[in-house]
Design a protein around this ligand. Structure first.
Ligand SMILES: [Zn+2]
Length: 151
């Protein structure tokens, strides 16, 4: 198998980095660290393990940041009933809002918008300002809920 085909096959499987180790590289005490997403650089043989660890950490951090940005871009927080309706009916996403815990509110929201509670987020995922009232009926909120339409 030629190198290009080999790289393509492994990149297709999602392998994030590869080390290219050729006879000339070994003779000069280095390997080439290549990323699936592009870019390659020589690293010393002694530093190869640390370089791979660093590359994987950077890839993880950038994937996480992109996912977080995408989630927030598709979310609204602390919405009023009117904002919620406009958001859900206009393409939707995740709507974080106060919830009174009443089954009647949940049923009305589902009937009117087809949205359901996806999760009652853990503290680390809640909005900075936790809603004090139900976004639907205005009663005191017992939890922040994340609403979305299933698709
Ligand atoms: Zn309510």
């Amino acid at each position: 198998m030629k190198p290009g085909a080999k790289y393509f096959e492994w990149e297709g499987l999602g392998v994030p980095v590869r080390l290219e180790i050729g006879p000339r590289d070994l003779a000069s005490g280095q390997v080439v660290l290549a990323r699936r997403t592009g870019g390659k650089a020589p690293v010393s043989l002694q530093d190869a393990t640390a370089a791979v660890t660093r590359a994987l950490d950077e890839i993880q951090a950038s994937l996480f940041a992109a996912a977080l940005e995408r989630r927030e871009k598709n979310s609204i927080r602390g919405a009023t009933k009117a904002q919620f309706l406009e958001f859900i009916q206009g393409g939707g996403g995740f709507a974080y809002g106060g919830f009174c815990g009443q089954g009647s509110c949940e049923a009305e929201i589902k009937a009117e918008t087809n949205a359901t509670i996806r999760v009652l987020p853990d503290p680390e995922f809640r909005s900075k300002e936790v809603p004090k009232t139900c976004m639907w009926c205005g009663a005191p909120s017992i939890a922040e809920a994340v609403w979305a339409q299933a698709y």
